[in-house]
Write a protein that binds this ligand. Structure first.
Ligand SMILES: [Mg+2]
Length: 485
């Protein structure tokens, strides 16, 4: 980390996978949900849970499902769902399953092992929980799995069929307004206003960047929520749209990055759509569209655009992969986790020390073992040639080595269990069930692998950008190899 930024708290920093020179960036696009608009997740997920559950009952599922309750914080992002078996998994970057639940019951080590680690693990068979919106959905799934196990025969469907109903009901709850209308009726309950957001955007504009909004949300919701978080936050930019040269709603990402859908213009006074052709006019609102057309019409080249979003699959993977847009992934959980990890620094030092001790001990044990083997061999040779005195002497030496070995070997096991205990304590401090988002014990999690693989840079919240110059050269230390000096 460059010296002048070391004064930033860790949760305020931008982390770099691939170097990014902001001086070369001309346009910065922002996703809305969970990027510019930070949700009160517990309130939002609880609402989504309740509304989706209502749809189950309306569709003829047993009335008793009404008693299922939302358990905030049961899940984290980065998990996988085995829809066939009704299981939820946390796997490391090598696809090794480390934690598994059936519904809300933890599976023991043997079962987990047999199901997921003995045969080749195909991640594509499972659903990757990579959005916040999916958390309430998967929690509801776990609750229904529990219900089905406790009440056999009450629901005559497979877990997988339940999941596909669940998907349908969630989509319906979003489409028919049963979630959005509640959020819009009391936005202060469901979203946080980041008091530094306006300052951040102004700083980027003053740094010569063109800002645009690119969201999958519909016009009315976008208008309402953006108005709530940005209008009247800055005298020079009284309305939220003053910050953004272009606003694109209903963009259908990731299709926006790969498809050829045309732009429509939203008539903001009537909320009606008009077919559109030709240049995009600054200050107007568009719907749909596609990235190639956007680049042609605005004349920004792929690597002159930085896109900021929270969804690896929808926002980052295709924009970077297909169009060479530069990317900044917002990983909201980092704020909480990095604060906790700072507190856990002494524990990490302890782990490091114990790992070091174990390494030394391992080496000592190896040396003793080879000495022992050599003495045994020589003693056998001496016996065979009738040199009993020598054989006797060597046997004594052998006993001495054996004694030392017997004393040291259990220390390794003890250190190992101490290390495991410390790691467990670390994981439990971060999340009582699933542990750290980016790690599984000492290994990287699957989520961390994806962040590293697809995002040029990542940070906990958009407003962290205000702490850096808009011309900042973000340098990656990733190119350092294990053998580099
Ligand atoms: Mg989003």
């Amino acid at each position: 980390m460059p010296a002048h930024h070391s004064k930033l708290e860790k949760w305020q920093r931008v982390f770099v996978n691939r170097s990014l020179n902001m001086d070369r960036i001309k346009a910065i696009g922002f996703d809305m949900d969970h990027t510019l608009l930070m949700y009160n997740r517990e309130a939002f997920e609880s609402l989504a849970f309740k509304e989706t559950l209502n749809k189950f009952i309306l569709a003829g599922y047993p009335e008793e499902l009404k008693n299922l309750t939302f358990k905030p914080g049961f899940l984290i992002r980065g998990l996988l769902v085995d829809m066939e078996r009704g299981n939820i998994l946390k796997v490391d970057g090598h696809k090794y399953c480390k934690i598994a639940f059936h519904g809300s019951r933890k599976l023991d080590k043997e079962t987990r092992h047999k199901l997921y680690n003995s045969a080749s693990f195909k991640a594509q068979d499972f659903l990757f929980v990579d959005t916040f919106f999916a958390l309430s959905e998967v929690q509801l799934f776990a609750e229904i799995v529990d219900f089905m196990d406790k009440n056999p025969g009450k629901i005559q469907k497979s877990y997988k069929e339940i999941y596909s109903d669940l998907r349908r009901f969630i989509d319906l709850s979003h489409a028919d307004g049963s979630i959005k209308n509640v959020v819009m009726s009391q936005p202060e309950t469901f979203v946080h206003r980041d008091k530094h957001l306006a300052t951040t955007l102004v700083r980027l504009i003053d740094g010569g960047k063109t800002l645009f909004l690119l969201t999958n949300s519909g016009w009315e919701y976008t208008q309402f929520m953006m108005d709530f978080i940005l209008t009247d936050q800055n005298e020079e930019f009284p309305k939220w749209r003053d910050y953004f040269q272009y606003a694109i709603v209903g963009s259908g990402k990731p299709g926006f990055f790969t498809g050829s859908q045309p732009f429509y213009e939203v008539m903001t006074d009537t909320n009606l759509l008009k077919t559109h052709s030709g240049a995009l006019h600054p200050g107007r609102v568009y719907l749909g569209g596609n990235a190639n057309l956007f680049q042609n019409l605005t004349r920004f080249k792929g690597d002159e655009i930085l896109y900021v979003g929270d969804h690896i699959f929808g926002d980052i993977m295709q924009s970077k992969g297909k169009l060479n847009w530069r990317t900044l992934l917002v990983v909201e959980e980092l704020e909480h986790e990095l604060e906790k990890l700072e507190e856990l620094k002494p524990l990490f030092l302890d782990i490091q020390k114990k790992q070091h001790d174990r390494e030394i001990l391992d080496e000592e044990v190896q040396i003793l073992r080879s000495k022992l083997a050599s003495v045994k061999r020589h003693s056998a040779i001496a016996s065979k040639s009738g040199d009993n005195k020598k054989a006797h002497h060597l046997d004594k030496e052998k006993d001495k080595y054996q004694e030392k070995l017997d004393a040291k070997t259990p220390l390794i096991a003890q250190l190992e269990s101490e290390i495991k205990e410390l790691l467990d304590r670390k994981e439990m401090t971060l999340h009582p069930i699933w542990g750290e988002l980016m790690k599984v014990g000492l290994e990287r999690s699957r989520f961390a692998n994806q962040v590293e693989g697809f995002a040029c840079t990542y940070t906990a919240r958009v407003s962290n950008l205000r702490l850096y110059s808009p011309q900042k050269r973000f340098s990656s230390f990733h190119d350092i190899l294990p053998h580099d000096p």
